[in-house]
Design a protein around this ligand. Structure first.
Ligand SMILES: [Zn+2]
Length: 57
């Protein structure tokens, strides 16, 4: 479970960074495009879940 969560967290991080490289509004960091917002929210959710898991261990 934990390894799976970490894998998904890293994958979301990679996807977000890969998107941001090729997307001007997302590179700016303030006005994200809809696709970038989805990736960003997913990354934040997984990061929260992962950090919560670490704290509760
Ligand atoms: Zn974007």
């Amino acid at each position: 479970m934990a390894a799976d969560l970490y894998t998904r967290y890293m994958a979301a991080s990679d996807q977000w960074r890969a998107h941001r490289k090729g997307c001007v509004p997302c590179t700016d960091g303030r006005r994200r495009c809809p696709a970038g917002t989805r990736l960003w929210n997913r990354f934040c959710d997984l990061q929260d879940a992962y950090l919560t898991h670490l704290r509760n261990r």
